[in-house]
Design a protein around this ligand. Structure first.
Ligand code: CP3
Length: 344
């Protein structure tokens, strides 16, 4: 039977007349209703761990725009917290964590088997959503890729060049590898629980994959994605997986085949023409409109949206941005993008 869920059809390799659409960070601060619910929760982490309110913010963009997929409202940094790292968010600056720069710091983390104590509310959000979404809307779960999560755990914050993580990789490779292994195992357990709770697709965000050169990309982006994919597919062979090795450049070539993911999400550093030839040949791709169009709008937004739809129209494609929508975006521009994709 053909699924009524267009996202699942695209992920199965079907070329659709109109690409299904969702948007990274679709539940977020550009929406007044998100800001209201976040204020009710008190702060961002309280919102993540409150299943009723997290369900509400996940549903808000579905109600407003009718996206083809909802993405679980949570964060990639909940895994470090569940492993025992301190985590807090500084308003206007971003996340802060306790740092890992030695074997002693690593030893302070708890066992992977304990993560569910912290993460149980997230599984409850997934269960809520699985019952609450319209029948044609796909539920996407997610986690950060080990390298990206490790960059935050090592530096204790976001960094422009991930230098502290590269330093640990070079100077204490055994500590770095043990941390990567621990995050990889936790991520597998976390995603399995999301699938068991009702996630129909999972996405692995490797936001900082672009800072891994050559062999390091193979070892620390591609190989963990392959390991996670193999573990999930061993138990749930029919759950599609989206990989996002952001800014991987030539690393996008062959990524789906090498890792087993069903779809590769593309950032803005590659053109659709290049991606059609080099990535979509292997299957479904997702992307890749520049997020800044959601701020600037106008005819350029419509033209660029149509150009992307047209370029990818010969193969399986899920329309999305190249990275998350920003808080200064105009909600009306999101509707203009959707109308341009659906040609209304
Ligand atoms: O996409 C979605 O709507 C689902 C929820 C989601 C969030 N973060 C909510 C969030 C997802 C999938 C993420 C992923 C995430 N989180 C990534 C990978 C994707 C990417 O953007 O590259 C990363 C690196 C993080 C870590 C993180 N979380 C940072 C660096 C920040 C601060 C920067 C910022 O945008 O404020 C966050 C906070 C965060 N995560 C917010 C949201 C809606 C904003 C928090 C708020 O309401 O103040």
């Amino acid at each position: 039977m053909t699924s009524s869920k267009t996202i699942l059809r695209a992920l199965a390799g079907e070329t659709l007349p109109t690409p299904p659409i969702w948007m990274m960070r679709q539940a977020g601060r550009y929406l007044p209703e998100y800001k209201a619910t976040r204020a009710q929760a008190g702060d961002f982490l309280s919102l993540c761990y409150n299943p009723d309110l997290a369900t509400e913010v996940t549903l808000q963009p579905i109600r407003r725009y009718g996206f083809d997929a909802a993405i679980l409202f949570a964060d990639i940094l909940l895994i470090p917290q569940a492993l025992g790292a301190d985590l807090w968010f500084v308003t206007g600056e971003g996340p802060r964590l306790s740092t890992i720069t030695s074997q002693a710091d690593l030893d302070k983390l708890g066992p992977v088997s304990d993560i569910h104590e912290t993460l149980n509310p997230i599984y409850q959000t997934v269960r809520n959503l699985s019952g609450a979404l319209p029948s044609d809307t796909t539920l996407i779960g997610f986690a950060g890729a080990p390298w990206t999560v490790a960059t935050y755990m090592i530096a204790g914050r976001g960094t422009p060049d991930q230098a502290p993580a590269h330093k640990l990789m070079n100077e204490q490779p055994e500590v770095f590898d043990a941390l990567m292994d621990k995050i990889t195992e936790a991520t597998i357990d976390y995603l399995l629980m999301q699938i068991e709770a009702g996630a129909e697709v999972v996405k692995i965000f490797d936001s900082w994959a672009g800072s891994l050169p050559g062999a390091a990309f193979q070892k620390y982006s591609l190989e963990p994605a392959r390991r996670i994919t193999a573990a999930l597919k061993a138990k749930y062979p029919n759950t599609p997986i989206i990989g996002f090795p952001r800014e991987a450049g030539d690393g996008y070539i062959g990524f789906a085949k090498a890792t087993g993911v069903d779809c590769v999400a593309l950032d803005n550093s590659v053109t659709p023409e290049w991606a059609v030839k080099n990535v979509q040949v292997d299957g479904c791709v997702q992307g890749n409109l520049k997020s800044s169009h959601m701020v600037t709008g106008g005819q350029a937004l419509v033209d660029e949206t149509r150009a992307i739809v047209k370029a990818f129209s010969g193969g399986p494609h899920i329309f999305n941005l190249g990275h998350g929508i920003t808080p200064d975006a105009d909600p009306d521009n999101v509707q203009r993008m959707i109308d341009a994709v659906r040609d209304v």
